[in-house]
Design a protein around this ligand. Structure first.
Ligand code: FES
Length: 571
């Protein structure tokens, strides 16, 4: 172990040493705690406005137990917490802002190692990104998924159940009273969404990257073993400081390749593409959209969880969780077995004997839940820099499709027209949504899975090809092409599509094509005017500096890392 960073504050014998220690002693800390114990910062995203992280104060207490036991000194601190359900206009607008809070809170304080408490969707990437830009010994702890929702004798999955039931209400198959009754049945315990949505996906990514102890992704928040894991995580954080096990030793290129493969095998969220690219950018690992195609697209989906399948995270935990999936990948030669993890062992050391207790939930590689189901990257004149589609959540009969575009030039325009019975749309149409990318709808809203028109739902049509520069909730499903880059609001070809144009989607050929000749497109481009931009505050800074989706939608000035050293010090 090198000299403890915290001793630059607490080890001083001068006026400043007095100030650093004395004010902290107002919390009752004895003097010897400042004499060389590793200080473990517990970076907490607790907030009553982030329901998925509402139990994090309690969880932090278990982390502290482990830190004390290992001879460390735990100091908990809050950072900006992003609640997916309440925060407007979209939590993603603030992912980069929260990551700045994390980065500067870690760098500016006397911290030797960090435990990241993460849960709701954006709290995981924002904490990982901010911590990566400092690169201290860092370990992740997810809050764990909620218990399975139960309604009228059936499982009810977060998000996924909402989309399904709202379609039933739209088509007259469900009464509003039942819809409201389902609210308290869906979310009945602490924890984050228990489908394989973005929160669960990112918890799996944390584990697949090697950034958490084994088993982190799936233990339910309400299970006592989540608290045990918190205790062990705190203990391990102290050891990591003593071993100089910095984040950059874990987050290597092979770790990201493992995460991409794991995301394919779990049927994970398309949001993972953006978050992993942004995280790689912070730690300095080259990672591109094509890596998802290369490493993930042809892998099978092994996990039968909603929204791609049937079960929920609680079932995933009982079946063996991510270690069972990683073992399958490892035995199939689709895992870098020697990738280092936070417990100091390789990922293969951690999972090579992992059992699977339920093959209905976690399939074997030889008999996958869905073959060739990874996220596919599409290109063509409609998406020169790429777009993505989650094949495991798409309708097989629409993966090769040619149809007439029905264009909505904003999400407001979509809402104002979609319920109109006279809307010119049928089951072969391709719904196109513009101006919902990183700049167009600052933050790149999760609106890409546009609800279908009620008149088609009543006829039993339950999927259409949908194309946009937006994102989609990890809990959503359908044949939905997302993250079209460059986006419409900066003049990408998506802005030039008009209702009635023919569009070809060919997922096996990775092609997204607008059947309009170049002269016509040039004429439309000459007529195109960009939408107005925000003029002040964070939104302005965001739009002025956010990168496109295929680059991870990070701010251009945040890419990379500065390390933990404070450049200038007024003390
Ligand atoms: Fe927080 Fe889904 S709303 S994880």
């Amino acid at each position: 172990m090198k000299n403890l960073r915290s001793q630059e504050w607490f080890g001083r014998q001068d006026k400043m040493g007095f100030i650093y220690r004395s004010w902290l002693k107002n919390q009752g800390w004895p003097h010897d705690l400042f004499e060389g114990r590793p200080v473990i910062g517990i970076c907490n995203t607790w907030s009553e406005l982030t329901p998925c992280n509402g139990h994090f104060r309690e969880l932090a207490e278990f982390v502290k137990r482990g830190v004390w036991e290992a001879g460390g000194f735990p100091l908990e601190f809050p950072v900006m917490s992003l609640g997916e359900t309440l925060l407007r206009p979209t939590a993603m607008l603030f992912r980069n802002l929260a990551s700045m809070d994390v980065e500067e809170s870690i760098r500016g304080n006397p911290i030797d190692g960090v435990v990241l408490l993460m849960g709701c969707d954006k709290t995981t990437p924002s904490l990982l990104m901010g911590a990566a830009s400092c690169d201290l010994p860092t370990i992740g702890l997810s809050g764990g998924p909620m218990l399975s929702g139960k309604f009228h004798g059936h499982d009810l999955g977060s998000g996924t159940g909402v989309w399904q039931m709202s379609e039933q209400v739209s088509s007259g198959k469900m009464q509003l009273a039942e819809f409201f009754e389902a609210e308290s049945c869906m979310h009945r315990s602490k924890g984050h969404c228990m489908t394989m949505g973005t929160a669960s996906t990112m918890a799996n990514m944390v584990e697949a990257l090697g950034m958490s102890l084994p088993g982190n992704a799936a233990i339910p928040a309400a299970d006592a073993r989540r608290n045990t894991l918190a205790h062990l995580t705190g203990r391990r954080a102290v050891e990591m400081v003593r071993e100089d096990l910095f984040m950059s030793r874990i987050l290597t290129r092979v770790a990201f390749e493992n995460a991409i493969r794991a995301n394919a095998a779990i049927g994970g969220s398309t949001n993972a593409v953006i978050h992993l690219i942004a995280l790689a950018g912070r730690i300095g690992v080259p990672l591109a959209l094509d890596d998802f195609e290369h490493f993930g697209a042809n892998l099978p989906c092994l996990v039968n969880l909603q929204p791609s399948g049937q079960f929920l995270m609680e079932d995933f935990f009982y079946a063996g969780g991510l270690p069972a999936v990683l073992r399958e990948l490892g035995e199939a030669g689709a895992l870098h077995r020697d990738a280092l993890t936070v417990n100091g062992k390789s990922i293969w050391d951690n999972v090579s004997n992992a059992p699977c207790w339920n093959r209905e939930v976690i399939h074997g590689f030889a008999e996958p839940f869905k073959a060739d189901a990874g996220i596919a990257v599409l290109r063509g004149n409609l998406a020169p820099d790429g777009a993505v589609i989650k094949r495991s959540a798409a309708s097989p009969h629409l993966l090769q499709h040619r149809g007439r575009a029905v264009v909505f030039d904003s999400i407001e325009n979509f809402h104002s027209r979609i319920n109109d019975e006279s809307l010119d749309i049928d089951e072969k149409s391709v719904m196109v949504l513009q101006n919902c990318g990183p700049c167009g709808f600052p933050g790149m809203a999760e609106v890409g899975n546009m609800p279908l028109p009620p008149k088609l739902l009543r006829r039993g049509v339950n999927d259409l090809v949908r194309i946009s520069d937006a994102r989609m909730s990890g809990t959503a499903y359908g044949t939905v092409v997302l993250h079209v880059s460059p986006e419409a609001a900066i003049g990408g070809p998506l802005a030039l599509v008009r209702s009635g144009d023919m569009v070809t989607l060919d997922v096996p050929a990775h092609r997204l094509h607008l059947e309009v000749d170049d002269n016509t497109l040039a004429a439309r481009r000459a007529q195109w005017t960009p939408p107005p931009k925000p003029t002040r505050g964070w939104e302005k800074l965001y739009v002025d500096h956010v990168q496109q989706a295929h680059l991870g939608a990070d701010m251009d000035f945040l890419v990379g890392h500065s390390g933990a050293r404070v450049a200038r010090d007024s003390h």
